[in-house]
Design a protein around this ligand. Structure first.
Ligand code: GUN
Ligand code: FE
Length: 445
């Protein structure tokens, strides 16, 4: 695919591009030239006139198909740093419950059914299709405790072309009688069987160690997973400090640890590759522990509201230097994909500020960073989340179509982008690419 041989697979997109450079820097480029080859960004020129595109490419010896982004804009794909694929059928339920009874009455009974691979395939395929259409180019999935269903989820992500981390839940206590692992040894054997099978899949899908949460894992299971993470460098995902009753149960089960974060630290589960979901009820000492281990937090505002968990202090996390991404947490949260999380994160942050519990609400730059580049850093990526040269081309082409979006001819890109963030939906996502491959989109291919 070298351009010098005239067989280039390169595509040059010319027009509006929006992406995140850092927590405080949102870059809006009305007339960018973005060259993509072999699934990666080759170059991003910030300001190129339409009349100069061919000449500029020729002067660099780049032979590329030129695509004019003559409507809407390109932006990076959205990253869901925490969700449960098997819980999709329960989306919309549970809003009158809190975490522990919700798990027992709604969640575990549904997950138990994933011993049935026909059911698993039907539900997982829907989850992947619909989240890709909603712009989720990377997803961090929890499966169930079943090895076969978990491997199937990973296979389906690979087939559909969704970048994903897939975790088989480790859970050897607390859960219902017919939905629990028999022992630490059998749980670790299942995890190793899962890892072996997922290792043969395309690298777009990776396994992630998934102690469900400390209530559902005995101390020796937590330690065994911490040791496996240390030996292999595998990433880890779990839940932390979501609900006050959960936190009380943690204090009862782990009297030797002063805090919830301390429980995970004591078992080797806080690493730079750890994604902690929720973190609603943390104190400053715990935020320090999390920051010092380099672990990240998945902020799940829709779920935290729906399950009556509380309002997570995102500004405090950021002030401690903790990496923060967004998570849909299906079906604790009941809205699909990451756009609704951007909105709920803003609302929750403003509510905290209204009550004097935060200095201010979150900015658009911060929200979009969490949805893209910040989420990618939680996942351990240094080449996903924006359009820096060398980055994977995981991208959306947004063209206003949904009835809530009124866009004028010649309206500024910044304005169209803001309207889409807060009023748009998947009808506006014309094309979704992962690694340069078109994997979804409202527009006919
Ligand atoms: N804590 C342990 N398991 C779960 C789960 O499935 N969803 C949420 N939101 N919290 C959990
Ligand atoms: Fe969750």
């Amino acid at each position: 695919s070298s351009s010098s041989r005239g067989t280039s697979t390169a595509t040059a997109y010319h027009g509006p591009v929006v992406h995140s450079l850092s927590l405080t820097q949102l870059e809006v480029l009305p007339s960018a030239l973005l060259v993509v080859s072999d699934g990666r960004v080759v170059s991003l020129d910030k300001d190129v006139a339409r009349a100069d595109v061919s000449h500029l490419l020729a002067s660099r010896g780049v032979s590329a198909d030129i695509v004019h982004v003559d409507e809407g804009f390109l932006c990076p794909g959205l990253i869901d740093t925490h969700t449960h694929a098997p819980q999709y059928p329960n989306n919309g339920l549970g809003g009158s419950l809190e975490l522990l009874p919700w798990l027992q009455t709604l969640t575990f009974p549904l997950e138990t059914r994933f011993s049935d691979l026909t059911l698993a395939r039907r539900i997982f395929s829907q989850v992947i299709d619909r989240t890709l259409a909603a712009g989720t180019t990377t997803s961090c999935y929890y499966s169930t405790l079943h090895v076969d269903a978990s491997v199937l989820l990973a296979q389906l992500c690979a087939e559909a072309g969704q970048r994903a981390f897939v975790g088989r839940c480790s859970m050897n206590r607390f859960c219902s009688d017919d939905y629990v692992e028999a022992s630490t040894a059998s749980s670790m054997a299942s995890t190793k069987a899962f890892l072996a099978q997922v290792s043969s899949l395309p690298s777009i899908v990776k396994p992630i160690l998934t102690p469900r949460f400390a209530i559902s894992c005995t101390p020796d299971l937590l330690s065994a997973l911490g040791e496996l993470a240390a030996q292999t460098g595998l990433p880890i995902q779990t839940h932390i400090a979501e609900n006050t009753s959960e936190c009380a149960e943690i204090r009862r089960l782990f009297p030797a640890s002063a805090t919830y974060a301390g429980v995970y630290a004591a078992h080797g589960l806080l690493t730079p590759r750890t994604i902690l979901a929720h973190a609603v009820h943390l104190d400053d000492a715990e935020r320090d522990v999390i920051a010092s281990h380099g672990a990240g937090i998945s902020h799940c505002p829709a779920s935290n509201t729906n399950l009556n968990s509380g309002a997570a202090r995102v500004l405090d996390m950021l002030a401690h230097g903790i990496k923060v991404g967004l998570g849909s947490d299906c079906s604790g949260g009941c809205s699909l994909g990451i756009l609704p999380q951007i909105r709920d994160a803003r609302t929750v942050s403003r509510s905290l500020a209204f009550e004097g519990l935060a200095e201010r609400g979150l900015s658009i730059a911060e929200l979009f960073h969490m949805a893209t580049l910040g989420g990618a850093s939680l996942c351990g990526f240094d080449d996903v989340g924006n359009f820096a040269p060398g980055a994977q081309f995981d991208a959306l082409w947004v063209k206003p179509r949904s009835p809530g979006m009124w866009v004028e001819d010649g309206e500024a890109v910044e304005s169209v982008f803001e309207k889409w963030l807060f009023t748009g939906d998947d009808r506006d996502i014309a094309t979704v690419w992962v690694q340069g491959r078109r994997v979804a989109g409202a527009e006919k291919a």
